[in-house]
Design a protein around this ligand. Structure first.
Ligand code: DMJ
Length: 465
């Protein structure tokens, strides 16, 4: 071939490549659709192998339940994600089943905290999105049963409550279990017009706040009958995390100024005693809640919700550095390990349960900064999830240890509720359900701020602003 013809062909090839690259749809559009399709496949797997039960076991293609009787946790947790993705048949099937066929009159002790964030949160957001009165009746029935747990000397809930008999047990609980119900109970109070739910949640929250140390930190475990702390460990991670989250979010969603004041009291102490910085990276370690002595750099994958909370509450500098640290950890390990030494950069426990927190925070960072680096992070996380956790059934699995990536036969309910939803939102699919419009519960159930009437909020939540 003559030299000039070869050059011409090369130019043609390069031009075509360039044109093709430029005419590709926006990466965001494709990725959102891909997340939607992955969600549909995972949902189909749940529906085929586990319908009616709490979780899918995606490797063995069977199901699991949390208690002696199934509570329908995956579908209730999944609903708001399927709904905002426009998976309408799937969402309607859940809504109809909850409305017509599900009873909570079960002689079973359930975990108050877990069923509050997943089931009550799922039900009130289902009503919020559909306005189906049968769902509100179901949420009220469930809320009523859960409320029995709050009948304690301090107002903090018992760990266990029997849904049929109202019996309670378990007086030692952690701060997250004590102080994570303002959103679910608040929305229930708003829609039923009955202040008692928010009142109970508020009493429990105040019970934690009033017992804070002189340094304005909480510890980890507390006796809800005596109100005495069981330890002196202060941090922002698992076992405390969503107590802090709800103080700020109760203000964001309801305009509860008392909750905001509580957050404003804790927040400087968190920065002062827990934050550790190394160059451009930051994490929040463990300190003695009474003396402030720094106890170590143990962090857990649940801590990764914090950059998102920092960002939305206005502490951008810490949010950026803490997000950067989590991104380094994820990329070094392939996924995020359950427990990690942040200073030594070493894994302490390697399990991963498809948790959303790193993705959730990257979505917050992307939303508020608009910077591409955060979209790139989300793309990487999505790819790693597909590489390491996707199974042949269409469901995704937990991981025994990120050092081996051996699959664990469980798909957590929050994979639907949170992980997939934050990826979808992060890829820009439905701005009407984005962070400008919506406050997400700790389980990522969406509540559209403008749907709440200010005067009705003041009345039903008895706000004293
Ligand atoms: C979720 O169930 C909630 O976000 C909770 O507050 C703690 N984290 C899990 C998922 O990791």
């Amino acid at each position: 071939m003559a030299r000039s013809t070869r050059t011409l062909k090369l130019i043609l090839f390069l031009s075509l490549t360039l044109i093709t690259a430029c005419s590709q749809p926006e990466p965001g559009e494709n990725l959102a659709e891909e997340v939607r399709m992955e969600t549909k496949a995972a949902w189909d797997a749940y529906r085929t192998y586990a319908w009616g039960h709490d979780i899918l076991k995606p490797v063995s293609k069977t199901h699991g339940d949390w208690y002696e009787e199934p509570m329908f946790i995956s579908p209730i947790d999944a609903f708001s994600t399927l709904y905002i993705m426009g998976l309408n048949d799937e969402a309607s099937e859940i809504e109809n089943y909850v409305a017509d066929s599900l009873s909570f009159d079960k002689d079973v002790f359930v975990k108050t905290f877990e069923l509050n964030i997943r089931v009550l949160g799922g039900l009130v957001s289902m009503y919020h999105l559909t306005k189906n009165e049968k769902i509100l009746a179901k949420a009220e029935d469930f809320g009523e049963r859960l409320l029995k747990a709050y009948d304690s000397p301090t107002g903090m809930p018992y760990y266990w409550v029997n849904l049929k008999t109202g019996e309670t047990k378990g007086e030692i609980i952690n701060v997250a279990e004590a102080g994570t119900s303002l959103i679910e109970m608040g929305v229930l109070s708003y829609y039923t017009g009955n202040p008692k739910y928010y009142e109970a949640a508020k009493k429990a929250t105040r019970a934690v706040f009033d017992r804070r140390s002189e340094l304005n930190l909480t510890s980890e475990y507390i006796n809800i009958e005596t109100g005495e702390w069981r330890d002196e460990k202060a941090h922002i991670g698992a076992m405390i995390d969503s107590y802090y989250e709800y103080l700020y979010k109760a203000w964001l969603l309801f305009g509860d100024e008392e909750a905001k004041e509580m957050w404003d009291t804790h927040s400087p102490a968190i920065e002062k005693y827990l934050a550790k910085t190394e160059g451009d990276l930051q994490w929040y370690g463990v300190a003695n809640s009474n003396t402030g002595e720094y106890l170590g750099d143990r962090i857990t994958l649940w801590d990764a919700f914090f950059p998102g909370l920092l960002m939305v509450s206005g502490n951008e500098a810490s949010a950026r550095k803490t997000m950067a640290k989590w991104d380094v950890i994820w990329n070094k390990e392939g996924l995020v390990p359950m427990v990690y030494n942040a200073r030594e950069d070493s894994i302490m426990e390697g399990a991963f349960f498809l948790n959303p927190e790193v993705i959730e925070s990257a979505y917050y960072m992307l939303h508020f900064t608009g910077e591409d680096q955060y979209k790139e992070m989300l793309k990487g996380y999505f790819n790693d999830l597909k590489t390491y956790t996707k199974t042949e059934s269409g469901g995704y699995s937990s991981i025994h240890d990120v050092r081996t990536m051996e699959k664990k036969d469980e798909m957590a309910t929050f994979f639907f509720a949170e992980t997939l939803k934050y990826l979808y939102l992060g890829f820009g699919a439905v701005p009407e359900y984005g962070l400008d419009e919506v406050v997400f519960s700790t389980e990522a159930h969406p509540f559209v701020k403008s749907d709440f009437d200010q005067e009705k909020l003041q009345r039903t939540l008895q706000l004293t602003n």
